[in-house]
Write a protein that binds this ligand. Sequence first.
Ligand code: UD1
Ligand code: CA
Length: 455
Amino acid sequence: MLSVIILAAGKGTRMKSEKPKVLFEAAGKPMIDYTVELSKSLNPEKIVVVTGNMAEAVQEHLQDYSVEFALQKQQRGTADAVMAAQDFIDYNGKVLILCGDMPLIKFETIDSFIKNVNEKIAFISVKMQQPKGYGRVVRSSDNNVIKIVEEKDANEYEKRINEVNTGVYLCDGKELKKRLSSIDDNNAQKEFYLTDIVRDGAEAYLAEDESEFMGVNDRIQLCAASKILYKNRAEKYMVDGVSIIDPQSCYIDEGVEIGRDTIIYPNVFIENGSKIGKNVVIRSGCRLNKAIVEENVEIKDNSLIEDSFIGSGSSVGPMAHLRPGSYLEKDNKVGNFVELKKARMGEGSKASHLTYLGDAEIGKNVNIGCGTITCNYDGYNKYKTIIDDNVFIGSDTQLVAPVKIGKNVLVAAGSTVTKDVDDNALAISRTPQKNLENKGKEIMDINKAKKESKK
Ligand code: UD1
Ligand code: CA
């Protein structure tokens, strides 16, 4: 029987933040979620999260995870945190202890640790190129673990040891309880160190990959951890047939789906359960949040797609903004500086340049000219624009909603449309043009003279 204790009560002082450290996102997901999800995949009897510093925020964040919470009232060290969980744990079984600030640990590593250690108290150690900041594993001449010494308590000799404590422990419950009761705070930080449970003998399980055990204490480490997570994730997609030009600058959230032969250029963010089809091209600088993109789509540079659907064969951008509720059925074109909000475009329709379409329903094969604006808002209410199939909207048209344009309508360039237009009609609303002979030059000459008289 296995119980998991996750330590997440610490102050996170080194983050210098108003927010609990474990809620900081590493590669798009709060750090604590990685630890809780890893714990769940081990199928333990129970998971107890020790909270303290900003406990409410952490508990609220984890409310859907069905974990239990123990409160550590004062943050007096990692041993004290484990003691705070005492009443929740069945000490007849095994207890796995994890920290909430280690988002990189892999399931396989913990699984084989649990399966391969024999002693009553065991922990994972790893050799680090730069062990600074971690507790060092001090061994005797016959290689047994004598103690773990924290950076702040270490002497010069100990600081040179590169085998560190990762902060992951597997303990026999009764033995853990016994050893915890004898721990004191006689050290540099005046804290109750969990590391002291190894003093009466423990097994160090030496893991291979140091990068899995990075503990995130400050924002520099958070950034480093995120980079590794993003890169690992990108490489998984690459193995599955997605081309990523530069995995170091490709930021894909967990749970995003991407089809084969899709190409992702640098500096692209794909977030929040987005689904990308096959053979899609996403150019530099795009962000897709909750986007559904079908196959054979191209999203050109610097476009933002939020909670929207892009049907197969469509082209979006550069510099396009699809705001929530936008829906491109198929073979659409949304070009430079076009903004859509709750706008639906039927098959084969285009808005190629400089256009705002909000609260609009657009049929098939519609051409929306450059500079078209749906005037959908009167300062209080939003109104709908409906455009039927095969319509041509000339450039610089304002469609003052609510308004409905019938099938096969031609709206002349420069029109302000305030009334519904019947099928097959031409709508034109322009002030008639006057050409006044010689007047242009006359005015310019006056202006020129004014400028010169100022000199
Ligand atoms: C700890 C270990 C160190 C190890 C390193 C690995 C101790 C004394 N040191 O150091 O040997 O190399 O982790 O990353 O254990 N916490 C509480 N309550 C507290 C204090 C801490 O819940 O009173 C939690 C923190 O939220 C954090 C975890 O325990 O999740 C570790 O605490 P932290 O202060 O980060 O310990 P380190 O100095 O990193
Ligand atoms: Ca830490």
